[in-house]
Design a protein around this ligand. Structure first.
Ligand code: PMP
Length: 416
């Protein structure tokens, strides 16, 4: 690890928890330089829902590269973009009756969030946005202003303004009716709340601790937005692309957000790509009003289209994700029961799962023990107290069982 310690900034993080040198990757595994395999229950923080170097996507990519298909294209019209838009419209939007326009904002999740916030402000003429406790939306200033984590916010170095945090679902452990505080502030002309133009929410908070909002809470939020003329932005950067089962995580609740952000696994192969989607009536952008040099990452469009054609032509992936998610949750439930006194808590939806420990220290030890046994998992939550499982959706049942066995051994070794 010498070269990294010498030359790479102290800002690096994953190479600290996993101090080995990875070289190859295939399916659900990453391999160390010397060939040692690691079962990947991290999946590029949700960017590898179809696994590493997926052979079907790789073939499409190699074919595109070898015929000298355009690589870099800003927002020019290309065959790669046409085919992606056709697939996205046919496989995703039309079957779900979603009348969304597609914006390519630049290739990261934060780019998609910035575009969403700017658009919401332009549509409504209001600068105030409501976000939620423990939200995570990215590291750029706009995205950071609607992110909860105080360490990350501190990195901004300037005041992060024009956003107001409200309690996420179950913030008061079920003791307070949903939206009591939020609605009161909206209705009380003396509350001091700047009238919000939009609300931004994750249906399951990934970085915030795998907090899955209840379906009725999400529906209540959509109603509240409607009632008070606030746009609803769902940030599906981490929980979209089938992570919770359906393609969009909000499908569970049967709601239709005004604006949706998508990134991470949309490219399919781990290539950078992002989308900001919005109802067509909200398309108030002027030409070039929001841009970015890497909006047209064509190899990502090729693998994205191939992933949609391969995995979203039927509901097989969705069904297997839900079934595997239930199996994983049941196994975590057994571990929670075994440690009832410590109060371990099982969290999540679909194949976004978490096991909450009483402290970040214990969760870190469990991840370290799993790493020694050949499994990659990270922690999340405000105190890093949640051990988070985000395996590729394409993992086999044997790989799932293998992962469960390692997690169980790791928890038992740490909890005694
Ligand atoms: N939104 C959510 C919900 C995320 O989980 C993330 C990344 N973890 C982002 C936005 C930011 O994405 P990126 O790191 O690609 O900028």
């Amino acid at each position: 690890m010498n070269i990294f310690e010498t030359f790479e900034s102290e800002v690096r993080s994953y190479s600290r928890g996993w101090p080995v040198i990875f070289d190859r990757a295939k399916g659900s595994y990453l391999y160390e330089e010397d060939g040692k395999p690691y079962l990947d229950f991290f999946a590029g923080a949700g960017a590898l829902n179809y696994g590493h170097n997926n052979p079907i996507l790789k073939e499409a990519l190699l074919e595109y590269i070898s015929r000298d298909g355009v690589t870099h294209a800003l927002d020019m019209g290309t065959v790669a973009k046409r085919e992606f838009l056709e697939s996205f419209s046919e496989r995703i939007l039309k079957p779900r009756n979603l009348d969304y326009k597609v914006q390519f904002p630049g290739p990261t999740g934060a780019n998609a969030v910035e575009a969403a916030l700017k658009l919401a402000r332009k549509i409504t003429g209001k600068e105030a946005i409501v976000n939620f406790t423990n939200a995570f939306h990215g590291m750029t200033l706009g995205a950071l202003s609607v992110t909860g984590n105080s360490m990350k916010r501190g990195g901004a170095g300037i005041p992060l303004v024009h956003s107001t945090p409200m309690p996420y679902d179950n913030y008061f452990d079920g003791t307070t009716p949903d939206f009591l505080f939020f609605e009161r502030l909206l209705e009380d002309s003396g509350s001091g709340l700047n009238e919000p133009g939009a609300v931004i929410v994750e249906t399951v908070q990934g970085e915030g601790g795998i907090n899955a909002a209840r379906i009725e809470w999400l529906q209540g939020l959509a109603e509240l937005c409607q009632k008070h003329g606030m746009l609803l932005i769902v940030d599906d950067v981490q929980m979209g692309n089938g992570r919770t089962g359906p393609f969009f995580s909000f499908e569970h609740a049967g709601i239709t957000p005004d604006i949706v952000t998508v990134s991470k696994s949309i490219g399919g192969y781990g290539l950078p790509m992002a989308l900001t989607l919005f109802k067509s009536e909200h398309d108030v952008w002027g030409p070039g009003e929001h841009n970015g040099t890497f909006r047209g990452n064509s190899p990502a469009f090729v693998t994205a289209a191939k992933a949609l054609e391969t995995y979203w032509a039927d509901d097989e992936l969705q069904r297997s994700t839900l079934a595997k998610g239930e199996r994983l949750a049941a196994a975590l439930g057994t571990l929670a029961e075994e440690n009832a006194e410590a109060g371990l808590l099982v969290k999540g939806r679909g194949l976004a799962r978490g096991l909450q420990f009483p402290s970040g220290d214990l969760a870190a030890k469990v991840c370290a023990s799993a790493f020694e046994r050949g499994l990659l998992m990270e922690t999340s939550g405000p105190s890093d107290e949640v051990v988070k499982q985000l395996p590729p959706l394409t993992l086999s049942e044997e790989e799932l069982e293998q992962g469960i066995a390692i997690i169980s051994e790791a928890v038992r070794s740490v909890m005694g």
